[in-house]
Design a protein around this ligand. Structure first.
Ligand code: 5GP
Ligand code: ZN
Length: 114
């Protein structure tokens, strides 16, 4: 989608600190980390948020979670644990309107979130 920041990052038009990439998704470090490990996973195709997902996206979403699990194993944070978050809309705290999954690790995370 034109003028979408994460579409541009997914297409490589805007640089990012990449962790993993394949045909369908990209994982890259958040520019403003909220934990010692904080990366984002985005589909390369434009999807506005998790609220726009349909049954057609089941394989994509499964792939996202499998890639996150593998990356967290490789980063050595599986044992300590981590959190996967996707914010939706204004009340959910979403600032970039392209589906993304935050992965936060490396410290004890508070619950409930603010
Ligand atoms: P949201 O608030 O939509 O859930 O999360 C958006 C995230 O994208 C924020 O954590 C923010 O720091 C991150 N972010 C915004 N712009 C950029 C950018 O240009 N590069 C990277 N790597 N992260 C970004
Ligand atoms: Zn987009």
């Amino acid at each position: 989608m034109k003028n979408c920041l994460f579409c541009k990052i997914g297409a490589g038009e805007i640089p990012s600190n990449k962790l993993y990439e394949d045909d369908t998704l990209l994982a890259f470090y958040d520019i403003d980390p909220q934990a010692p490990v904080h990366f984002l996973v985005i589909p390369k195709q434009h999807i506005g948020s998790a609220a726009a997902l349909t049954e057609q996206d089941a394989a994509l979403v499964g792939h996202v979670f499998a890639v996150i699990a593998e990356l967290c194993r490789k980063l050595g944070v599986e044992e300590g644990g981590y959190r996967i978050v996707t914010n939706i809309g204004a009340d959910g705290g979403q600032s970039v309107p392209h589906l993304h999954f935050h992965v936060l690790a490396g410290r004890s995370l508070a619950w409930p979130p603010g």
